[in-house]
Each structure stands twice: as structure tokens, then as C-alpha cells.
Design a protein around this ligand. Structure first.
Ligand code: AMP
Ligand code: MG
Length: 496
């Protein structure tokens, strides 16, 4: 059933990882399987056998050709550097080439204690596994680069967090698990050859346009690594702008959770905002509000600066010059991000042309959302109802609609200059402003039913709803609504 493995990471020198077989679990049961993703990865589903799949996705059996490894990495966690984190509860089985020909990592998360576990149990509770499954798949459908979820298995074991919970393993698919922290691991040890190996691997897997042929066209080696830094910056700028356009708060933007590929990775205490508030923080461990919504673009830049530091010796043999070039690249992120942000918000407002006042127009709407305490997602979704006249479906989303009422005529004037019909504007807007997002209370309900009652029906229904985020689904109106007062979520937990 498994496609053939192409081992890439496990063929790097030995100090990049520790060979490590997943630790067997007593009673693996497949509770979620992502068929469309499996198909796109080249799995043979005619031969699909649920019991066998449970063995593989729990780590009880290692598929043919896989060579499980725990990857080494470091990371700045909330600004503090830890030189040795690594996969403390995950193993990379290997890479497979999808139908599109691109390699993807297949990783089991929750696969047991590894030499990187640092005293923790190496396991994952079912709640966080289902959360990552739901949210990462929703992000994919929302058009955000992200790791994906292929399968979830319960283990038949209990794991102990605040209370005993069912243990589970998530099978995660990623363009790669190269992180800023992977580069930091080697740079911190002064192993610049290893950093070069990683940089070359990153170019091979994610930025093939920077490969050798261009070097022959005059791209000197140092320029290639500088170009890598710029390419990673561009991906981060695009990624964070997408998060901002959805009200998504990652929650732990540590350098070990910042993927070189530009995919969203590690869905711990993440959440989507309901009432718009730029200072919003969910993560219970983020006491300083470091990873608040409005800080995310600048934290991504901070992470890029950490990446830049690791690349300095590759960028230029002369340190001062390397610093100058890398600093310029990291600085350039700001304009890349600003442009991406504007593109995202223009689209949300139904604009395809560009005018000088568009940023101010977008910001004025956000200010109206904030003073009006409007639900971010539904306010944007129902804006399309108000292209011609103030619509109750929009106004009712605002506790105070004064600022909005002043803003709407300005927006309509701007729309008139688009020179297209209302239907076109509405269709454009509905294609980028989702109706359904993974609202925390819904995710929590799905998790509670699965963890406490072994009832996966709410999880399955929610996954189905989130698979079509832009399409109205009759009978599922409740899934679009913000949490009732009794279920509002203000704090999320890593729960790892
Ligand atoms: P995360 O918070 O998932 O990004 O993980 C940060 C670091 O802690 C990584 O090195 C993880 O492998 C490690 N870690 C998190 N949870 C566990 C666990 N239950 N057992 C072992 N290591 C863990
Ligand atoms: Mg992590």
C-alpha cells in the first residue's frame, strides 16, 4: 500500500539525526485516514487494509524501505536559545515522491521516547492529534501552505497530562521538516559544512530554481545562499500574510517551528480569532504576548534573522560583508510582507486593480471591526452582501456599526472603479473570504466527544465542513457561528 520510499534525509551524514524505530503501542486503531492525500502521494488504496494501516501509522510496523530517524534541531523558544531540541516524540520514516513528483516527508508524531525526549514521554494525547489533523487540513483547504495530516491512530495507551487521556499518533506529511532550528543546531556547533549541506538540501527540495544551472549562468556560491535567504523570506512573508488574512494565530512561532519550506508547521496552541483584536493571544504559555496576532509578521522576521546568522559564513567569507548582505535581505522582508499583506486584503475587499489608497481603506475596515467587536471571519464573508447597500447580515455582526457605516460608501466608490459587475465582485470575495474556519469551540467539542466518549462522529462532520470552507453548506449554519458565550475560548494549551 505504501508508495516507494526515496531516502534523502537518512542518507545525510550520521550527525544530522539518530536512527530510531518507533516504540510499539499495545492496541493501534486507525481513527482518521486522509484518502485524497494518500492518493496524491501515490498510495495504492485498492490494497488498503485498515488493520495493516493501523500498524504502520502507529509505528508498530515499519513500512518496507523506510528508515526511521529522529531529526536533530535546536531552536529559540520564546526568545531563549536551546541548542538541542530535536524530535523528542517524532520519527521521520522517509520521503515519498507524490504524483506531482515532489518529495514529501512522512513523519509519525507521538511515536515514543527518542534520545531527544529530554525527560518527556515521547507520546501525544488524542486531543492535540485531532486538533492538528483538523486545523492543518482546514488550512490547506483555505489555501495556506501547510503540513498535512495523513492519518491518526489511537494507541490503546493512556498518556498523562492534566488528566489521563487516550494516546495517539499523527502521521504528518510535509514538504520537509527543515526548520530554522535545524540550521541553528549546526551553526551553534560551528559546523558550517553541515549548514552548507542543509542549505543545499533546502535548495534542492524547495527552491530548485536556485540550483546549479544558474550558478553556471554566473550566480556565485555566496549569492546562491543569499538567494536562499531571500527565497525563504519571501515564503515567510507570503505565509504570514495569509495567516493575517484569516485571523490565524499560530501561538508558538519559535525558530524550531519555522519551516524553511514556508509551510505552517506545528499546530499547538493555535487558534483563529473571533472578535477582531490585533493584540489577541491565545497560548497559555505566552505570558508576554510575544506571539500575538499583530506581532506575527515581525516574529517571522526575527526568525529569519536567526536563519541569516547561520548562513553568514556561506554568504561571504568576509564577515562584515556577509553581515551587510544578510541584513539587507532580512530588511527586505518588510517590503515583501507589506506587499503580500496588501494583496491579501485587496482580494478580501474584492479588488483586483491597485490604487494608492487601498492600504488605508483596508486598515480603516479593520479599525471598524475592532471598535465594532465584529467577528473577523463573518464580517469579511458578509461584506459581499453589502456591495450595493448596507446589508443586515453584515451589520448584525457588529456590536457598534458607526465606523462601518462610514466606511461602506468609501469602499463602494472604490469598487465602482474596478469596472466589473457586482456578481464578479461577490464571486471574487466569496472565493477568498471563508464561511467556515476551525472555530475553537467546535474543535474542542470534536475532541471531547472522541477523547471522552470514543465518538468520532463530531470530528468527522467537522472535517467534512472544513473541507469546503468557501461554500455555503445548508443545514450546517451553526458551524459558521462564533462560540456561544459559555464556550468562548480565550486560552489554548500546547497540550503536548
Ligand atoms: P513542540 O512544542 O511540539 O514544538 O516541541 C518542542 C520540543 O519539545 C521538540 O523538541 C519536541 O520533540 C519536544 N517535545 C514536545 N512534546 C514532547 C513529548 N511529549 N515527549 C518528548 N518530547 C517532546
Ligand atoms: Mg515544534
Amino acid at each position: 500500500m505504501f508508495p516507494e520510499f526515496t531516502l534523502r534525509y537518512a542518507r545525510l551524514p550520521e550527525h544530522f539525526y539518530i536512527r530510531f524505530d518507533p516504540v510499539p503501542v499495545p492496541a493501534p486503531r486507525l481513527v482518521a485516514f486522509n484518502r485524497p492525500l494518500a492518493e496524491s502521494l501515490g498510495f495504492d488504496l485498492d490494497a488498503f487494509d485498515e488493520a495493516r494501516a493501523a500498524e504502520w501509522f502507529s509505528g508498530n510496523a515499519v513500512p518496507k524501505g523506510a528508515e526511521p530517524v529522529a531529526q536533530a534541531y535546536a531552536g529559540h523558544q520564546f526568545g531563549h536559545f536551546n541548542p538541542r531540541l530535536g524530535d523528542g516524540r517524532a520519527v521521520l520514516l522517509g520521503e515519498v515522491a507524490g504524483r506531482d513528483g515532489h518529495l514529501r516527508d512522512i513523519q509519525l508524531k507521538g511515536a515514543g521516547m527518542t534520545p531527544f525526549s529530554r525527560g518527556a514521554d515521547g507520546r501525544a494525547p488524542l486531543g492535540p492529534v485531532l486538533r492538528e489533523y483538523l486545523v492543518s487540513e482546514a488550512m490547506h483547504r483555505l489555501g495556506v501552505p501547510t503540513t498535512r495530516a495523513l492519518a491518526a491512530v489511537t494507541t490503546g495507551e493512556r498518556v498523562f497530562r492534566h488528566v489521563p487521556e487516550p494516546g495517539a499518533v499523527l502521521t504528518r506529511v510535509a514538504s520537509s521538516h527543515l526548520r530554522v532550528g535545524t540550521f541553528q543546531y549546526f551553526a551553534a556547533r560551528g559546523d558550517h559544512e553541515a549548514v552548507r549541506t542543509l542549505a543545499d538540501l533546502a535548495i534542492e527540495r524547495h527552491f530548485s530554481h536556485l540550483r546549479e544551472p544558474q550558478r553556471q549562468e554566473g550566480l556565485a556560491e555566496g549569492e546562491r545562499y543569499l538567494a536562499l535567504l531571500e527565497a525563504v523570506s519571501a515564503r515567510q512573508a507570503a505565509l504570514v500574510a495569509k495567516w493575517m488574512g484569516l485571523g490565524f494565530i499560530h501561538g508558538v512561532m519559535n525558530t524550531d517551528n519555522c519551516a524553511i519550506s514556508g509551510e505552517t508547521i506545528d499546530y499547538g496552541p493555535c487558534a483563529f480569532m473571533e472578535a477582531y483584536s490585533p493584540t489577541m493571544v491565545f497560548s497559555s504559555i505566552d505570558e508576554q504576548g510575544r506571539y500575538a496576532y499583530r506581532n506575527q509578521p515581525w516574529l517571522a522576521q526575527w526568525n529569519l534573522a536567526r536563519l541569516a546568522e547561520t548562513l553568514l559564513p556561506l554568504i561571504d567569507a568576509e564577515h562584515e560583508r556577509a553581515v551587510e548582505k544578510a541584513t539587507a535581505a532580512v530588511k527586505h522582508y518588510e517590503s515583501l510582507y507589506e506587499a503580500e499583506w496588501l494583496a491579501v486584503f485587496r482580494a478580501k475587499l474584492g479588488l483586483a486593480t491597485e490604487e494608492a489608497g487601498d492600504r488605508e481603506l483596508s486598515e480603516a475596515l479593520l479599525a471598524a471591526l475592532e471598535t465594532g467587536r465584529a467577528d473577523f471571519t463573518l464580517a469579511f464573508r458578509h461584506l459581499a452582501d453589502a456591495v450595493e447597500e448596507d446589508a443586515p447580515t453584515l451589520l448584525e455582526r457588529f456590536e457598534h456599526d458607526g465606523a462601518l457605516r462610514e466606511w461602506l460608501p468609501r469602499w463602494r466608490e472604490r469598487l465602482a472603479r474596478e469596472g466589473v459587475g457586482i456578481d464578479t465582485i461577490v464571486a471574487r470575495m466569496n472565493a477568498v473570504n471563508p464561511l467556515y474556519i476551525p472555530r475553537n469551540h467546535q474543535v474542542e467539542r470534536a475532541i471531547a466527544a472522541a477523547s471522552e466518549q470514543d465518538d468520532f462522529a463530531p470530528f468527522e462532520t467537522l472535517a467534512e465542513v472544513l473541507a469546503e470552507p468557501f461554500t455555503e453548506q445548508p443545514g450546517r449554519e451553526a458551524y459558521a457561528e462564533p462560540a456561544p458565550a459559555t464556550e468562548k475560548v480565550f486560552r489554548t494549551f500546547c497540550g503536548t
